[in-house]
Design a protein around this ligand. Structure first.
Ligand code: DGY
Length: 422
């Protein structure tokens, strides 16, 4: 039962308006191409009224998968000068042009959901093709992005995490040499208020990391071994573990015994390895530097994905719930992307406070599955209130509920249709 048919209609219209034919842009202007994890959540939204279009969204993304298995974070299906860094800056030489980095591995989880909505038929050809693509992508993660051998995900650019501007990356970014960056023109601040976007000094670092990749011909081994930015991301580590659990269900349905065995090994490795991210002082799983080994010590919305990944001892889970409770003292709405009071907290600035509904969705799903239906419902209700108050923004202030970033945002519309608006 819908809570608000008018908002349902608006959400469908946003997805249809942002549809560029087989793929959807996250929002007009600010993000004019296909983004990896955006498309995964958008597919869920389409599935609420057009199943065929839902599958197609992911199929279009996966058609740009690299030979080494990486699914890129942006696919540049057409030119648009309103975005920096465009395909020429990345210089990956792919057809269609793509960026040279990846994004959170949530695809397998969403493929499983679409497949189950269609009755979980083992012969489903669309599921089978996407299973194969996800398996290759997970293999890429485990072979290129697990230098410590503990099943956790190392990122080589903060843009890979999707939580681009989180304070978790500040110390590692501060060590990136920007002396060779040269001049370039940002486009993001032409679309939205600069106060909501990363600062210039941060952008220079993003570009420097990109240039390292380009200069080594996007050799992913070289980037993982010597790149200027190498962090183990708590968000992607949790997402990959969850995605492996969902991929295993598909492997077993198909009867791919070899694939299933490989996935089971990855799951066991990550389950045993996840403690490496636990920060006793913070009482949470936190991102950690892969080279300096220091923990960020920051409680972010990604810390709560432990429930979604199905990890944590009873004591760790109790501490996470304490942290969740603590957040409610400063936040009118959950889940802030950074705990208020942390250094660089800013309720309007990109990933330093604002709420993203896709993270809320994953966190709430995990909390519900792990026996915390009350917290799951609180997060769902807050998410619905944000849309009812402010519309379909990219993100929202946890203090005032005001929208920030891009407007008419595809995945926010999708989250309304499949989750918080229901
Ligand atoms: C941007 O341009 O800010 C994007 O988030 C990069 O993925």
């Amino acid at each position: 039962m819908s809570r608000n048919p008018k908002l349902d209609q608006q959400a469908r219209e946003i997805l249809q308006r942002n549809d560029r034919g087989g793929y959807t842009v996250p929002t007009h202007g600010l993000y004019p191409f296909q983004w990896n994890w955006d498309s995964a959540f958008v597919a869920l939204g389409f599935a609420a009224f057009d199943r065929d279009r839902a599958w197609q969204e992911i199929e279009t993304l996966v058609s740009a998968q690299w030979d080494d298995g990486m699914i890129p974070h942006i696919v540049f299906h057409q030119n648009d000068d309103g975005y920096f860094p465009g395909p020429g800056v990345w210089g990956t030489g792919k057809t269609p042009p793509t960026s040279g980095i990846t994004q959170p591995p949530v695809l397998a989880t969403i493929v499983r959901a679409l497949w189950e909505q269609e009755g979980a038929v083992a012969a489903n050809p669309r599921m089978r093709a996407l299973y194969a693509a996800c398996l290759r992508s997970h293999r890429w993660f485990h072979s290129y992005r697990d230098p410590l051998g503990n099943g956790l995900v190392m990122v080589t650019h903060n843009w890979e995490t999707g939580r681009d501007n989180s304070s978790e990356w500040d110390d590692a970014l501060a060590r990136v040499d920007t002396s060779g960056v040269g001049t370039y023109q940002r486009r993001d601040t032409g679309h939205v208020d600069a106060a909501m976007r990363p600062k210039q000094s941060e952008y220079d670092r993003y570009v420097a990391i990109l240039q390292f990749g380009k200069n080594c011909g996007w050799d992913h081994r070289e980037i993982a071994d010597h790149g200027p930015f190498r962090m183990v991301d708590v968000g992607m580590s949790m997402e990959l573990l969850r995605a492996n659990r969902d991929l295993l269900v598909l492997a077993e349905a198909i009867g791919d015994a070899e694939g299933a065995a490989e996935i089971r090994d990855w799951i066991a490795l990550s389950e045993a390895g996840i403690d490496w991210l636990w920060n006793e002082e913070a009482g949470a799983f936190c991102s950690r530097d892969a080279t300096m080994l220091e923990s960020s010590g920051l409680v972010t919305n990604a810390s709560f994905l432990a429930f979604y990944a199905g990890v944590g001892s009873d004591t760790q889970r109790a501490r996470l719930l304490e942290a969740l409770d603590r957040l409610t003292t400063n936040a009118e709405y959950l889940l802030p992307s950074l705990e208020a009071g942390s250094r660089e907290y800013d309720h309007r600035r990109y990933w330093r406070g604002p709420i993203w509904l896709v993270v809320n969705y994953m966190a709430a799903q995990g909390l519900a599955e792990q026996g915390h239906a009350d917290w799951a419902e609180r997060i769902r209700a807050d998410s619905a209130r944000l849309i009812e108050k402010s519309g379909f923004f990219e993100s929202f202030s946890p203090e005032t509920g005001e929208g920030s970033g891009g407007d008419d945002f595809s995945w926010t519309a999708a989250m309304w249709l499949v989750w918080c608006g229901k």
